[in-house]
Structures are given as C-alpha cells and as structure tokens.
Write a protein that binds this ligand. Sequence first.
Ligand code: ATP
Ligand code: MG
Length: 569
Amino acid sequence: MKASKMLIATLKEAPNEAIVASHILLIRAGMIRKLVAGVYNYLPLGLRTLHKIENIIREEMDQAGSLEILSSAIQPKELWVESGRWQKYGPELMRLKDRHDREFCLGPTHEEIFTDLVRNEIKSRKNLPINLYQIQTKYRDELRPRFGLMRGREFIMKDAYSFDIDADGLDKSYQTMYETYERIFTRLGLNYQVVLADTGAIGGSTSHQFMALSDIGESDIVYCKHCSYAADEEKATSRVDCYNVGEALKEMIEVYTPNYKTIEEVSNFLGVDKKAIAKAMVYKNLTDNSFVVCLVRGDREVNIIKLINHLKIAEHEIALASFDEIKALNSVEGFVGPINVMARVLVDEEVSLMKNMVIGAGKLNYHLINANFGRDFTGEVLDLRMVKENDLCPVCGKPLSMEKGIEIGQIFKLNTKYSEPLKCYYQDVDGKNKPMVMGCYGIGITRTMSSIIEQNHDDAGIIWPLNVAPYHVVIVPINYDDELIKAGSDYLYDALSKNHVEVILDDRDAKAGFKFKDWELIGIPYIITVGKRATDKICELKMRKTLEKVELAYDEAVDKISQIVKETK
Ligand code: ATP
Ligand code: MG
C-alpha cells in the first residue's frame, strides 16, 4: 500500500477525556474516532488490526470445533420475557419499539437468541453436543462509558454457546473453551491471569474470567503466590480471621458514644481495634422495598455482589438505606446494630465468630460492648466480606496478593438456566424430553485490542505484536525524488509484497522525521529506511519494539522479514 493513498489520520494530541494509554494512542494513531460517548468509528488502520484479532479468535474457535453463525443485534422482547431477563437486566439494556409498538432490545449478549435457535433446530441427542459462536456487535448502555474501547456502549464480542446432554458433557465443553481461550490470549501476546469469577447477570454455576494484567484495569484480582488460588474481587474469599476469638464471653454493656459514628471514631474513643467492632450497613432491596442490615468486621467492606447473590436480585435493585428509612427500622444512622432492628440481619462469617465485639446500640449516641453472636443477636451467616491484600488464602492459608486486571473474556457453566425456561429440550433414549446443559463463552474483542496496547506501548506510540499489526513493515525513503532511493524503495516494496508481507511504502511528500514519528505512533513492527546507502543497495531496518537498528543489504532485509512473517501465527 502506498502511504499517499491511505487514510493516515495521526494527531499530535488526543482529547482531554482520553486518559489511558490505549485510548490516547488509538485516537492519536488514527485508528478510531468517537461518534458519541462509548460509540466509535473504526478507521482503516484500526479496522485492519481488529480483523486480525478476530481472525486469530476465529481460527482457534474453528479449531476447537465451534461453528460460526451470525445473529442480529436486534432481539425481540418476547425471548427476554421467557428467560426472565427483560426485567432483571435493568437500564443497561437498550430497548426500542418498531412502528407497530412491538418491543425489542439491542443485544448486550445472546443467550436467549442462541437457545431459541437451538431449540428450533435440534431435537435429537444425536446432534449434541454442539457449540455455536459469532463475532458481532453488542450494545450496553453503560453508566460510565470510558477509556475508549475498554468500556463502550457499542462493542464487538465473540460469544459462543455450548449445548450438551448432561453435566459431564458441559464439563468437557467448558474445558475445551478454557484451553481455547488460553491459546487465543497467548497468541495475542497478552500477559493474563485466569481467575474464578462471579456469574453476574449471565447466571449459572461456575465461571472464570481472563484478565489482562494492567494498572488501569477496573477489576481487582485476588491471588495467592503460594498456591494456584486466583479469583475476581467480587468472588474472592478468605479464611476467616477473627479478633479475640478465644476470649471468654463478657457481659454486654451499653456505652455512651456521643456523636461517635464511624468505625474510626468509635475505635479511637473506646480504644479498641477496628477488628473488634462489627460494622453495620443498611441496604434497601428495591424489588420489594425490604431492608437488610449487613454486619462485617469493622475494617472491612460489604461485598455487594455477594449480598445481591444472596438476595437473588440484580445489582441495580439494591441501594443504601437513607437516614429516614433507617429511623423507620427503629434504628439511628451511625448507631445501627443487629438488636431490635426491624430488618433482616445478615452476618459475615467472621462476625459470627468474633467474641466480645462492639456493635451499634440502635439508639442515638450509644454502642454496645461485649456483644456476642448467638447470645445477644442472631442473623443469617454467610460470606459477605470484601477480601483485602494479605488476608489469608482460603486454600493454603498464606497471605493473598492483589493486582489490577482488565476482563477480556469470561466463560460460564450455565447448566439449564436458559434451556429450562426457554424449553430447549432434546429427546433422550427413554423418549423423555430433557433440557440441554449449556455453557457460554465471551471475549471482548475491542476491549482486547485496547488491552494489547496497554501492555505494548512506549512514549513514541503503539508497539503492535506482528500478528495483529495493521501492516508488518513500512518503507521510508529519505527522499523519494532521488532516483536511486526510489528504485531501492520500489524494489523492496515489490519483493516484500511478493512474499505476502504486508508492506507500506511511504511515498508522501514529507520530511523523513515526520514519517518516522507517524509509523512509530501507529506501531508498525518494522521500519525500513532507504537513504544514503542506496548506492550500495543497503537499507536500515529498525525494530519498533526495541528501537534497535541494523544495516542490511536489500535482499537480506527482504529474506529476514519474509521469514519472520511466514513463521508468525
Ligand atoms: P464488565 O464487568 O467489565 O462490565 P461483563 O462481565 O459485564 O464486563 P460479559 O457479560 O462477561 O461482560 O461480556 C463478555 C466480555 O465482553 C467481557 O469479558 C469484556 O471483555 C467484554 N465487555 C463487556 N462489556 C463491555 C463494554 N462495555 N465495552 C467493551 N467490552 C465489553
Ligand atoms: Mg464478565
């Protein structure tokens, strides 16, 4: 490709709203342009990379025996009512009506559609298992679209769905996808970690997330350096760790704590460790306007995901209770406790084992000391806590570590969560209809593209791995008007093109320095300069990644690059 014929839309600056490297560089390199918040146009260079990522994913999915289809972004409401998600999915679901007032949504994911497709097409167990996938555009009206392609309102996903006759079959399908994802992310050169995950709005039993490690990641990964335990923060748990657990029970006493409301204030005023206090948080369940009091150790936070899972509601169906609402529960904000409160009480495992703890007295300016679960108050005991760095690993008991990650993929064992309500049945040998056992598997392709940049860039710009670079090599003539330089550049261009190397010849009428800046920003892996040594048919080859330069005879450069490109998968 001749650069003079390309759309090279590089910019010196990115807009202020771009704060992470991938967003800044995608804009500056002229790969994407914003249309509206969270919605982007893909320009030619960006689209080439996007297609390459898609093709790697496609190759591995095909290799794993998954069959590609293409579904619409428009989905009829009826299928979402059948699965029960029309209500549950909440404001992220983009809903619309046609001219006849029939309701639709723009698909944020496709469980309903694939389940419907398979229930219509497959009746016999002989046709199972089957795994179908697509690479397609998804819509989610994210509350805060940001970081460019990282969190869009429109984005491209590879989603796959497996259908098996039983749980053993699902285990195998899931394992195959797990390994396929490992191959995909390894081929994409990503530094990633697989973690246990919550199943969220998709539902099901088991789930893993694939996290690209990055400081700008919005997910917190909890992992153990001493064994293989790794989980998303939402899912992570720890060994219970209770303060004064061995103490003999003391008599509960009410103490005056004038205006001391926060854990910090109460701990200082009473001279007790924060870990000896039970923190009470009051939430309102918006589905039925009921209230729950959640108790966790004073230095901890309530894990909302664990809470909503326990209540069997969605994330948008929970809110913190207001001052007046707490009052109506026969309690006082800042002094809430589990005794005499007119609400359901949920107690974290640690609090249920703590001895002689401090709790709110449920009345203004008072706390209770030496309170004990079982003797002074009760409640439903569960794992409600958010795990912190150095908590103890639930598997081996050693201190846990934390790291930030970008969720690039997630796989789920759905079991019969969708096949049951949507009646996606097969006829078994005994003639009975049984629900298919399903799994689903997503990769955020556009988010993966951003993640590759987060892990591969420097001050000059993007450093694309060769297999996803928009082009493999660019030839920069120092002066394309010079006959020898032109001849050398054209020779290299033809020779490389013949060897199926994707090559750009920068024939633009501009200074060489300006051109180098562009290509380094865009991240072309190899930059060939044809200049002063054209008389000897020698060029300079620069590696974008290391910025290292070597002088090579034209044919040597052609052979070297052709060989590397040929061997690249
Ligand atoms: P998140 O927790 O980041 O909102 P999710 O868990 O809701 O993501 P899934 O339903 O698991 O997302 O979707 C599969 C994949 O699609 C994710 O692993 C992620 O890579 C990608 N993805 C999800 N939401 C977005 C988005 N708003 N923009 C870009 N990619 C997304
Ligand atoms: Mg997910």
